[in-house]
Unconditional design. Sequence first.
Length: 128
Amino acid sequence: MSERHAKGMQTRRKVLGDAHVDRAEAAKGPLDTPFQDLITEGAWGTVWASDAISLRERSMLTLALLAATGNFEEIPMHIRATARTGASPRDVMEAFQHVAIYAGVPRANHAIKLAKQTYAEMEGEQND
């Protein structure tokens, strides 16, 4: 395992949590292992591991980019990660307001819907 891969796994666990990463690792197979290695090294071991900006800021940027590009399936995972990155619900809504202005209201509206659902699920899980 490369140093960047090890750093990526450390960062991935810090942001997404051990349970999420353990599930993802258990689910990978020969077909998607090269892809998982790519995102572990590139996204988590390089971009997310950089100390140029905070995890809070990186979380907000990621959510805004996901919404702006219509990659909605990743939004709930990154909303859950805000519990570890320090991005508050208000921070997330500010990011989605930027999406509305610069990328379109329908994309921001859908992202907000997903965020509300995910925050409600997270609150329910805390009350269990």
